[in-house]
Design a protein around this ligand. Structure first.
Ligand code: FES
Length: 57
């Protein structure tokens, strides 16, 4: 599923960055991808995905 349609960034990509690159917040994602740099609508959803990935289930 695409989170950021403007730049074609998927939830899988965000989860991978969080789990494998040690990124823990939206700023970290934005340092390595252009997520949110166009319309910004994806930021809230991306934050939720990061939080869910970091929360042990
Ligand atoms: Fe991510 Fe527009 S959907 S910047």
């Amino acid at each position: 599923m695409y989170v950021c349609l403007c730049h074609g960034i998927s939830d899988k990509k965000i989860i991978k960055l969080t789990q494998q690159e040690g990124i823990t917040d939206i700023r970290g994602i934005r340092q390595v991808t252009p997520l949110g740099s166009q319309c910004g609508k994806c930021i809230r959803q991306a934050k939720t995905i990061i939080e869910q990935t970091l929360t042990p289930s």
